[in-house]
Design a protein around this ligand. Structure first.
Ligand code: ADP
Ligand code: MG
Length: 504
């Protein structure tokens, strides 16, 4: 077995369906040795499914994959492909170092030993000192780095990186890209999936744009620009804009804001942020990882220790956060209890005294009614409330996560990437839920990485770049999502360029 694939990998007519969801629809793609192929696409486009197909973790419903002209075969190919998954797939009870070595053949009864090369890779990714720590005691960022280290340290011929640098610092990202290019230069096939248009343009010669389960275009040469990619990601998407007429709500410009920050600062991440949210308003914060946008959202939920002032519903500081905010994280494993039922997950954050005080039989009946009401109100598609939450699709799990958050009756709902891994149909239902909640006089702030999401769900967007907030763009001013994509990309570029745009 040679170390490199001379002809590469070809996918022809690859289709993958999950029940009625079509994740890949007759996708064609060629992966060539020696290049870093970029893959871009909106959430739900099928990128992660594509990765699982190439890795042989799942088989296509239809279509073929060939490795060097031969049909894909499990006995050879699974060893040949190393994957960094979007959601780390690791062993929590093993240490960082053990996770890096997982899957290697040990000789006899001896356990595989950490070599100098492994140690160097771990060092470069900033996890050298943590090698003997159990993974379950490590942050998500460390877990992601561990998965990257495991892939890079493997003698594979194909390397698939699915949004690998979302938890890395700029310096660690540079280090990762250096590794990625070394792999390509030595004749490996490398695929890089990311939402960071800048990285795609800088690191790749070709970028495949995937929409609705198909490769729609491949940008290269002069055509490969951030603006060009931004347009391709949204072109001919069917979107419905969040309109006030749809929700029946109107925003009174003189109404006091639901929340406001002043001098809001997280040292080294963002500084002096002035942001507010009106009643009935959905505000989007757009920014790539490392821009500070995600941290800014999380800080409003009290998850980052910030300086400056925050007022919500007339109350200041941590008391306001405790009383009036609810937060839905991007990773559903942090908001849902995976071994609970749908009903239990819907009620778990509910501390209603009338339920706690009632007799057991009554309590049980009331809880059943409440859970069933929530299933209806939040459009959760489930056989019954006693089904395990794991059996639901990503989109329906996310509706449960939002229902859970709204059970706390917040004034300010904070969401990170509300439709990551969610199918198109559930997406629009989730946007409607947010709109309904806002229309009751509340505020929503969401951290987004996609223009389409902003166009469809938000009323106003700020671009966050290097810890600074751009002036707002009003979504109602845009007749076409492509124009919004262009303006957002321009604002991002300007801010990176150092032209300090003052916040409103
Ligand atoms: P991307 O990585 O581009 O965001 P995915 O490949 O994760 O997209 O998902 C593509 C579509 O397939 C989405 O609609 C998603 O909900 C659906 N999907 C992905 N994996 C599964 C699964 N295991 N079961 C059911 N639906 C799935
Ligand atoms: Mg994905």
């Amino acid at each position: 077995m040679t170390d490199v694939l001379e002809k590469g990998i070809s996918l022809r007519g690859v289709t993958k369906t999950y029940g009625s969801t079509v994740a890949l629809a007759q996708l064609d793609l060629d992966l060539r040795p020696g290049e870093v192929l970029g893959v871009a696409g909106p959430n739900g486009a099928g990128k992660s499914t594509l990765v699982r197909m190439i890795a042989g973790e799942e088989r296509p419903t239809l279509g073929t994959l060939t490795f060097d002209g031969r049909p894909w075969s499990p006995s050879v190919e699974w060893q040949a492909v190393a994957v960094v998954h979007q959601e780390p797939q690791l062993f929590p009870n093993l240490t960082v170092a053990e996770n890096v070595m997982v899957g290697r053949e040990a000789s006899g009864t001896r356990r595989p030993k950490l070599g100098a090369a492994d140690a160097a890779v771990m060092e470069a990714l900033g996890i050298g000192d943590l090698r003997n720590r159990a993974l379950e005691d490590c942050s998500l960022a460390t877990q992601q780095r561990t998965e990257i280290a495991r892939a890079v340290a493997r003698a594979a011929r194909v390397f698939l990186f699915d949004e690998p640098n979302s938890a890395l610092t700029a310096k660690e990202s540079d280090e990762l890209f250096r590794e990625i290019h070394q792999l390509a230069d030595s004749g490996r096939i490398v695929v890089l999936i990311t939402h960071r248009l800048e990285d795609l343009v800088e690191q790749c010669k070709r970028v495949a744009v995937v929409r609705d389960g198909r490769v729609r275009t491949i940008l290269e040469g002069e055509a490969l620009t951030e603006e060009g990619l931004a347009r391709q990601l949204v072109v001919d998407a069917t979107v419905t804009v969040a309109t006030d007429t749809a929700s029946g709500a109107t925003r009174d410009p003189n109404a006091p804001p639901v929340f406001a920050t002043r001098g809001w600062t997280l040292p080294g991440v963002f500084s002096d942020i002035t942001l507010h949210g009106a009643p009935n308003e959905i505000v989007a914060l757009m920014g790539v990882e490392g821009s500070g946008a995600r941290e800014l959202l999380r800080s409003l939920a009290g998850l980052e220790g910030c300086g400056g002032a925050l007022t919500i519903n007339g109350v200041a500081g941590t008391e306001a956060i405790d009383r009036f905010t609810a937060y839905v994280p991007a990773t559903r494993q942090f908001s849902l209890y995976s071994n609970y039922t749908v009903g239990e997950n819907l009620l778990v954050r509910l501390g209603r005294p009338e339920i706690a005080g009632a007799a057991f039989a009554l309590r049980k009946r009331q809880m059943k009614t409440l859970a069933e009401d929530a299933v209806k109100r939040f459009m959760v598609k489930t056989g019954s409330i006693t089904q395990p939450i794991r059996s639901l699709s990503g989109g329906n799990q996310q509706k449960v996560a939002i229902a859970q958050a709204l059970n706390c009756s917040p004034k300010l709902l904070l969401l990170e990437e509300p439709t990551r891994g969610v199918d198109i149909h559930s997406k629009s239902e989730i946007y409607r839920l947010l709109e309904t909640f806002a229309a009751e006089g509340n505020s929503v702030v969401m951290f987004c990485t996609e223009v389409l999401e902003i166009y469809e769900a938000a009323h106003r967007v700020h671009v966050v770049s290097e810890g600074r907030l751009s002036p707002p763009l009003a979504i109602a001013d845009y007749d076409h999502v492509e124009q919004l994509a262009t303006d957002i990309t321009r604002l991002e570029g300007e801010q990176r360029g150092g032209a300090v745009a003052a916040a409103e």
